[in-house]
Ligand binder design. Structure first.
Ligand code: FES
Length: 91
């Protein structure tokens, strides 16, 4: 399990969404848009960074999303639960 980085007392969590072709077909666009909304709704713009990457070499049932160095399988349907457990719980 990775440790969030701290910069000037603020926890920076780095989320990266795979936008490779396999993950794109599984909804990476909806996952990115959902994460953007969740970050804004929770006012986490200064705490969470959101990026994208091509195939992470971890093609799995859902979209590959990394939180710091840990990779998860996320679908648009499980995004809310994922965000609560893997992002908000660490802040
Ligand atoms: S296309 Fe996303 S991990 Fe391979």
């Amino acid at each position: 399990m990775s440790t969030p980085k701290r910069t000037k007392g603020v926890i920076i969590i780095k989320i990266t969404v795979c936008i490779g072709s396999s993950c794109h077909l599984k909804g990476s666009r909806q996952v990115v848009e959902g994460l953007q909304s969740l970050i804004a709704e929770n006012k986490l713009e200064d705490t969470v960074t959101l990026g994208a990457a091509f195939c992470m070499g971890r093609c799995q049932p859902g979209v590959s999303v990394s939180v710091d160095d840990e990779v998860f399988s996320v679908t648009p349907e499980t995004l809310g639960e994922f965000f609560a457990e893997q992002v908000k719980a660490k802040i």
